[in-house]
Write a protein that binds this ligand. Structure first.
Ligand code: 5GP
Ligand code: MN
Length: 372
């Protein structure tokens, strides 16, 4: 009888591929998605701790853009290369590694300016399947976005039904029989599981999640402290910004059970808002009874790598979509705002001002939001 508290989610083929890639690699680069959140950083740093515990010495973590202050304490974060600060080092690490591991990331396009380099790695991996000359091409994808589901390609550990990529990293280590439960590893995994489920308030009914948490807690980590560091870390400006958003900026469309909040650059400047400060605002209107969809738009400058695609626009709207229950928002994000994501949490963007993006959203809302 199998007494394991976890089912064998990952297939033997996936485990064999991962084990072989890791064993053969001398240098390993780990990369996660742009604007990394708790799961992106948690999963990629947990992977780092796992590889170090296996005796892999040359492990480089890369993040494409900056990360929020409320995650800056995560163990291992001080060794991360941030592309915006060290562009050459980040690109070189990605190009030269024997093995590239993507965590919480399934698309080579969601890594800001590193997208051409990662696309090259994806392409050379695909080519290596058919060619003998496969130097510098090993690849492992650990992801839970809907855009990527497991195929028969063993490098893709891609399970949208899993609430976090961090859980998948844990399962990989566990199923390989190489789990080394240290406080640093456990802290990173717990942070990713906690943040991608809103502190276990959505996507959080699978009993095995709690078996994993029970194992993590045996390392002595304090989950309440982790919660406190992540969720009780606001500054006063952010508190006032939230008040402003909810009082002045929230528009309700009761017929479509939808709330919309926009922030332009002037407003963000007024509240001294950095990107992490806006994290979570999109979830708040869902606390209103009978509001099932929430949309948050903020205005950003167009980064240099997107200027050729921006059609002359000076700014872009970065958009977050959230919903509750069986009401997908990823289709709207994908079809109208060149994005994607999960059924209940997606994002996209629009080249132009937030007012223009809001107009576009209001026009398309009847096609995507269920009237109830
Ligand atoms: P957030 O609203 O927190 O930025 O993103 C929520 C989720 O939407 C992310 O976990 C990611 O899956 C997805 N997402 C956000 N922005 C984009 C985007 O520009 N493109 C795609 N494909 N997915 C996105
Ligand atoms: Mn995630």
């Amino acid at each position: 009888m199998n007494n394991s508290p976890l089912s064998d989610l990952l297939s033997p083929l996936q485990l064999e591929h991962a084990a072989r890639c890791i064993e053969q690699a001398q240098s390993i680069a780990i990369i996660t998605h742009q604007n990394p959140d708790g799961d992106a950083l948690g999963s990629s740093l947990a992977m780092r701790h796992f590889l170090l515990s296996l005796g892999k010495h040359t492990v480089t973590n890369i993040v494409p853009t900056s990360f929020p202050d409320f995650l800056a304490w995560l163990p291992g974060l001080d060794s991360v290369i941030q592309y915006e600060q060290q562009p050459e080092a980040a690109a070189a690490a990605l190009r030269e590694a024997d093995l590239v591991i993507c965590t919480d990331l399934g698309e080579s396009t969601r890594v800001a300016a590193l997208s051409p380099v990662l696309t090259e790695r994806f392409d050379s991996y695909t080519a290596s399947r058919t060619s003998v000359n496969s130097a510098n091409s090993a690849l492992l994808i650990i992801d839970h976005h809907l855009s990527r589901v497991c195929t028969d390609q063993p490098e893709q550990i891609a399970y949208p039904e899993c609430a976090s990529a961090s859980e998948l990293v844990f399962r990989l280590a566990y199923q390989l029989g190489k789990l080394s439960l240290t406080p640093d590893f456990a802290t990173c995994i717990y942070t990713g599981m906690m943040t991608d489920t809103g502190n276990f308030s959505y996507n959080s009914c699978h009993p095995e999640m709690y078996s994993i948490i029970a194992m993590l807690l045996t390392t002595g980590i304090n989950k309440d402290t982790i919660y406190d560091r992540v969720f009780n870390a606001w500054n006063a400006d952010r508190m006032r910004l939230v008040g402003y958003c909810l009082y002045h900026k929230m528009k309700l469309f009761p017929e479509y059970r939808t709330a919309l909040i926009t922030l332009n650059r002037r407003e963000m400047y007024r509240f001294n808002a950095k990107s992490g400060d806006m994290e979570g605002i999109v979830n708040m209107p869902l606390q209103i009874k009978d509001i099932y969809y929430s949309v948050f738009m903020r205005e950003d400058k167009i980064p240099p790598h997107q200027i050729p695609d921006a059609g002359g626009a000076k700014v872009k709207a970065k958009i977050s979509f959230r919903s509750q229950g069986d009401r997908p928002v990823n289709k709207l994000a994908h079809e109208v705002f060149r994005g994607g994501g999960h059924m209940n949490a997606s994002g996209g963007e629009y080249f132009g001002s937030v007012d223009e993006a809001a107009q576009k959203f209001i026009e398309t809302m009847p096609r995507y939001m269920q009237k109830e």
